[in-house]
Design a protein around this ligand. Structure first.
Ligand SMILES: Nc1ncnc2c1ncn2[C@@H]1O[C@H](COP(=O)(O)OP(=O)(O)OP(=O)(O)O)[C@@H](O)[C@H]1O
Length: 377
């Protein structure tokens, strides 16, 4: 018959490390469990690093789970810290022997879809679109990550309300999780609003480090929020993640369409493909029911048609998102509009973003254009 301590240990399988999203039992974080005759349990928990900011969450989860185990009357959690050897074992468990310094998304058999979100110019809503698509997918149960590669204008942490810094386990970086999205941004590594004046090679190295040192685990979808324009980082993305596909965000303006098309056509030089075009700020819904096209019309359609002609295949306009105060206030508050009640209003920005997320989530996995097994898991 199982002892109470055995049942307690089995119950701890349901406690997940908040950052690694795997059971603490599997991660070697449970040093031991004992239960005395009166039902008082004491549990040794090994944190990955001293002063782990999430120790209170882990402690509370352990206490809650053990309180539900029959025969346990009291729970004491003793926190310790992993030894260097234990940390090495953890890293090997997560990343393979030697803590493999490769990009996991490029490994043969990786089923992660990587979308690099690009725009010709700044301020068209690229980051807002990225964050909302990611949030809608995560809410639908997909495992989602974002790399905020917009080093000059990083805004993803703010849009997701992330203030906590990433946790480091030696050289491995554990990304903060918000709304189920594992997120890493250059903004988490610079002081306050200090400007980042980095040049190409530094950007390349920063992105490479994000892709190799950040532990994302298995992801269904990874979004990269690129800086606006056709700069060095777009080329780095193509080199570092050759299977990534571009999502082009534009406004309806003809001038914006021209630069957005250029951003998309960089992909033809780098051998990447374009997954589609998203038009943002397409119209403003007036109380009279009319749509006011503040920035003109047709930009998204023009970009999609021109890119289709350039690539010799259909590149769809995935959707048109209206100007919407709820999208902006949600962004300011760090609460993506797709998760709010406002998104259930037909024709709203949130509703359209949810629809586009659904379309992208249903696209076949794997390298587009190549013959791969893309049957759903
Ligand atoms: N559809 C929309 N309706 C209302 N406001 C929007 C919409 N899209 C974006 N915005 C607002 O426009 C501003 C710029 O958006 P965002 O930061 O997402 O753009 P960006 O293209 O990523 O900019 P940059 O490249 O300069 O970082 C934000 O204040 C955002 O809330």
């Amino acid at each position: 018959m199982q002892s109470t301590a055995d049942r307690a240990l089995a119950a701890l399988d349901s406690v997940l490390d908040p950052e690694l999203r795997r059971p603490i039992t599997e991660l070697g974080m449970v040093a031991g469990v004992s239960v005395d005759d009166d039902g008082a349990a004491s549990v040794g928990i090994l944190l990955t690093i001293a002063g782990c900011p999430l120790h209170q969450t882990i402690t509370a989860d352990v206490e809650r789970v053990l309180a539900g185990v029959e025969g346990i009357t009291d729970v004491r959690v003793d926190l310790g810290v992993m030894s260097a050897d234990q940390r090495t074992a953890l890293k090997e468990k997560l990343r393979g022997p030697g803590g493999a310094k490769d990009i996991p998304f490029n490994r043969p058999g990786s089923l992660t879809r990587v979308y690099a979100v690009a725009s010709g110019k700044g301020g068209v809503g690229k980051s807002s679109v990225t964050v909302n698509l990611a949030a809608a997918m995560a809410a639908a149960g997909l495992r989602v990550g974002i790399v905020d590669a917009d080093v000059h204008g990083f805004s993803v942490p703010g849009l997701l309300g992330i203030t906590a810094p990433p946790t480091r386990v030696d050289e491995m970086i554990l990304p903060p999780v918000a709304y189920g999205i594992k997120t890493i941004s250059i903004g988490m590594f610079v002081d306050g609003n200090a400007p980042v004046a980095w040049r190409g090679p530094m950007l390349h190295r920063a992105l490479e480090q994000f892709l190799t040192d950040v532990y994302f685990g298995d992801l269904d979808v990874l979004f990269l929020d690129l800086p606006p324009g056709t700069g060095d980082i777009a080329i780095s993305v193509a080199q570092l993640l050759p299977q990534s596909e571009i999502l082009v965000v534009t406004t309806p303006q003809a001038a914006a369409a021209d630069v957005a098309e250029r951003a998309g056509s960089v992909a033809s030089q780098t051998g990447q493909s374009v997954a589609g075009v998203i038009e943002n700020m397409s119209w403003l819904q007036l109380p009279t029911g009319e749509r006011m096209e503040l920035f003109g019309s047709g930009g998204g359609d023009i970009v999609a048609k021109r890119l289709s002609a350039a690539f010799g295949k259909d590149i769809p306009l995935l959707g048109s998102i209206p100007l919407d105060v709820d999208l902006r206030t949600g962004g300011d508050a760090g609460a993506p509009v797709v998760l709010s009640r406002a998104a259930s209003v037909e024709g709203s920005a949130g509703a359209e973003l949810r629809r586009i997320a659904g379309v992208l989530a249903r696209r076949p996995r794997g390298l587009s254009g190549l013959k791969l097994d893309v049957s759903p898991r």
